[in-house]
Structure formats: structure tokens, C-alpha cells
Design a binder for this molecule. Structure first.
Ligand code: CP
Length: 306
């Protein structure tokens, strides 16, 4: 199945998701046997204007594991000609002459869409400010399916910075495509999930509730999706940040309230919202989740490059 630009989670329909899961499982097997070499003459450009560990390294590893090559810049905001005032559009027009696919992360909502509007080659949104992070949500979905066995009927708590977190927005869009899903949004009042997502869920008849008491929700769910309070998006509202940080911390004690087969996920990086002691619990799925990012991104690259 062919994909072109990957800009937002809503663009994925069920046949495409099922195909992606299938190709991802094949990629997982392929990596265990040394990778594949089908894309040796293809080049991926990574253009990251915001910091990243997982997304950038997993995309770059994915391209190498597919036999392709990578061109990149350290900190595109500082070391590409954006620093001299070049527009995203002009940068993309230039990279169209060099690369077969462009992966972009930017601080502005809509940056990937602007890039796609002028690009002949596929653009992949690796996070646009507090907008969306569709490939993260796809790897989250793959992880849930692999760990829990199914997505229909899932009960999930999304916890933390829901107002500024792009991963929870993209994941909510994807979950709205499944049957019988229940979403518990747990956030401090200033960081509640935005109304556009809640409206989308109502339109798709997805059950949701908004809570502030995490302990009440923990026994109810199959997945606790913890997120970081995003200090970098508070600007000069330091007092607001200080009020919100540390409100929801998953400790070994808190995990006692969870179901024995429930899992803890996190897009990472984490600060103090999951205590290090939780890492030893088999229900801590966040490092396995990050590993799945490699396989999902290999599958996505193969689908846009084929
Ligand atoms: N989950 C995620 O996007 O991590 P990075 O910011 O390290 O890419």
C-alpha cells in the first residue's frame, strides 16, 4: 500500500492501519535478520528545528536498516539557512532536488503542512509544535496492539500535559477509528485536553471522561499513557509550570492500583512523572514502545518510497 505525505493522524483509514501493522511486523523480523537492502539508492533528509532523541535517531536508523542513506543537519533552526531567514517553503524546494523523502520537526503548528504544499517528494511530520506527531501515535497504536492484543474495547488513561502534548492529540484521533474505546483524560485544569479533540471524539461516539484524580482512574484502565509537562511551551508562565509539574507521578506504590496486565506507556523523554523504580515492573512498556518506533518508521518509509 502506497503512502505519500504523512501530516496528521486523521489521514489514516483502517485498511492503511492494518497494512502498516503487517508491514511493521515484517520489518521487526527483518531487523532480527540484519535488515533489508531494498532502498540502497534512496536518500532521506531529516530537518529537525526542535530537539529530538527517539524520532530523529529512529528515522535515521530505519533508513539505514532499509539500505538507504541519510542527509541531515544538527539543529536546523541554527545550522540551516533558516538562521539567515530562509522560509520553510524555500528550504523544502531545495531539498526536493536532493532527497527522496523529507522528515521535518518544527515548533510551529502547521509547518509540515506548509512543507507538503510545495513538495514533490513525501513529507513526514515528525512533530509540529503542540499540533500533531502522527508517527508517534502510529507506534503507540502498534505497541498497544502488541502488548494488549487488541485496540477495540481499550480503556486508556492519558495523563499530564494534554493541552500542549502533540502525541496525545494524534493518538486520540487514531483511537477514534476503533470500536468501544474509553478514554480517561487526567490533567491539571490548565492542561486539559483541547476542545477540538473532545468535539472530534463526540462526533465519533467515543466515550471519554475528564478527571483530576489519577488514583481513581488507575484500577479502571488497560493503558496508562503518561506524558511530560512541557516546560518549553509555557514561555514566561513559569508559575503555571511550577503549579502543574509533579502533580501526577507514577511510583511503584501507584502501580499497585493498576490491573496486573495493564501497561504504562510514555512517548518520552520523561522527567520525574515516572519514578525510575517503575522501570523494573514488567508493565513498564515505554522502552519497548520506543523500540517499536524503529519498526514502524521502517514500515512507513517503505510505504512512502515504494
Ligand atoms: N517521543 C518523541 O518524540 O521523542 P523525541 O522528542 O526524543 O523525538
Amino acid at each position: 500500500m502506497k503512502l505519500h505525505h504523512i501530516i496528521e493522524a486523521q489521514q489514516f483509514d483502517m485498511p492503511t492501519l492494518l497494512n502498516l501493522f503487517e508491514v511493521t511486523a515484517q520489518m521487526e523480523q527483518a531487523v532480527a535478520h540484519g535488515g533489508v537492502n531494498d532502498y540502497h539508492n534512496r536518500i532521506m533528509a531529516t530537518l529537525f528545528y526542535e530537539p529530538s532523541t527517539r524520532t530523529r535517531f529512529s528515522f535515521e536508523t530505519a533508513m539505514h536498516r532499509l539500505g538507504g542513506r541519510v542527509i541531515t543537519t544538527e539543529n536546523a533552526a541554527q545550522f540551516s539557512s533558516a538562521a539567515k531567514g530562509e522560509t520553510i517553503e524555500d528550504t523544502i524546494r531545495i531539498l526536493n532536488g536532493y532527497a527522496d523523502v523529507i522528515v521535518i520537526r518544527h515548533s510551529e503548528v502547521g509547518a509540515a503542512r506548509r512543507a507538503a504544499a510545495v513538495s514533490r517528494v513525501p513529507i513526514i511530520n515528525a512533530g509540529d509544535g503542540p499540533g500533531q506527531h502522527p508517527t508517534q501515535a502510529l507506534l503507540d497504536l502498534y505497541t498497544i496492539r502488541k502488548e494488549i492484543g487488541a485496540i477495540d474495547g481499550l480503556r486508556i488513561a492519558m495523563v499530564g500535559d494534554l493541552a500542549q502534548g502533540r502525541t496525545v492529540r494524534s493518538l486520540a484521533y487514531l483511537l477514534s477509528k476503533f470500536q468501544g474505546v474509553k478514554i480517561y483524560f487526567v490533567a491539571p485544569p490548565p492542561l486539559k485536553m483541547k476542545e477540538d479533540i473532545l468535539e472530534h471524539l463526540r462526533e465519533h461516539s467515543i466515550w471519554y471522561t475528564e478527571e483530576t484524580d489519577l488514583e481513581k482512574v488507575l484500577p479502571e484502565v488497560d493503558v496508562v499513557y503518561q506524558t511530560r509537562i512541557q516546560k518549553e511551551r509555557f514561555g514566561d508562565r513559569i508559575a503555571d509550570y511550577e503549579r502543574c509539574r509533579g502533580v501526577y507521578v507514577l511510583t511503584r506504590e501507584a502501580l499497585r492500583l493498576m490491573q496486573p496486565k495493564a501497561i504504562v506507556m510514555h512517548p518520552l523523554p520523561r522527567l520525574d512523572e515516572i519514578a525510575q523504580e517503575v522501570d523494573q515492573d514488567p508493565r513498564a512498556a515505554y522502552f519497548r514502545q520506543a523500540q517499536n518506533g524503529l519498526y514502524v518508521r521502517m514500515a512507513l518509509l517503505s510505504m512512502v518510497l515504494s
